[in-house]
Design a protein around this ligand. Sequence first.
Ligand code: GLA
Length: 377
Amino acid sequence: MKWTSAFLTAGLLVMGTAACNNQEKTASETPAAGISKQAWGQADGQTVDLYSLTNSKGTIVKITNYGGIVTSFITKDKNDAASSIVVGFDSIAQYLQSPPYFGAIIGRYGNRIGGGKFSIGDQTYSLATNDGANHLHGGIKGFDKVIWTADPVSDTVASLSLHYLSKDGEEGYPGNLDVTVKYTLTDEDELRIEYDATTDKPSPVNLTNHSYFNLTGDVQATILDHQLQIDANGYTPVDAGLIPTGEIKAVAGTPFDFTTANSIGSRIDSVEGGYDHNWVLNSKGSSLQKVATLSDSVSGRYLEVFTTEPGLQFYSGNFLDGKFINHTGSAVKLRSALCLETQHFPDSPNKKEFPSTILEPGQKYHSVTVYKVGVKK
Ligand code: GLA
């Protein structure tokens, strides 16, 4: 459905009424449920917008069609104080200074492709290299830096559907890739992300979202006291350039064992540089399953991650250096926030032993990830 102001008004009215009926007492304090749009300046000579998705509980997710970036995810903590659990900015200008993928859609290939090269059949492809000799997160101008066409989707909950056509040869990738990413905020405080794509030539595809979480809502507090549980018995060890060696190693007896909840800080110093690895999920990407839980006792918040993907990159914000100032006015420093990027394994196009990431013409790429926030009072 195309965006019209009539839809916007109708959507707000319908959803607002439902919210009032359910929550009469708090209706005056809670913003109307639904979706709204505001002009948000320019990028690449084009106007970009900021969309606010609000559910009946008053949780708000803001998304811009520049890079499909989630700029804030505002939820209440155990004291009913609202703050954003993701790092972000209030203006497009800061996003144009290339922060390290804050909140963005990542593609065509999330994570690294070793040497920026891969082969399909007897054809070798060279990709843009933007991380030493390697290709990272789609290259120099990945999906995080392009303007997406935005369409709200009319339903009982607020959704925003983003579309982008990645042209044949973009950043070195073969084939025209038609991509749709749909964000939905449910009344259960789930941010559901559905990724769909088709291609006209075989191409690697590995889409993810690069939100940086700090469940306290305050990036001055590090994430070292957050507890993390990942349902994975293995991980993919990496070389010095963070390219997997190809091996799948058991986490048991290592600092990578998060099969039971552990604080992030308890063993991080024994991992050189901190965590920036791919966990091999026990779910194997067979269906949408809960694969990780992050929790913070200060705010009482917890975040559950569900995905259809076989891997999860847990990145402990190792390269954050204080250069960027969050919307709260605080610098985003080392260990200020962490990422839980659902994905296929890094460098899969060069690792025949890993699940394939090659999308063929006629096939449909479909991947779902849900970030669900809860609070323990
Ligand atoms: C990912 C990578 C990291 C780093 C960040 C962005 O999580 O795995 O190595 O590149 O993105 O800084």
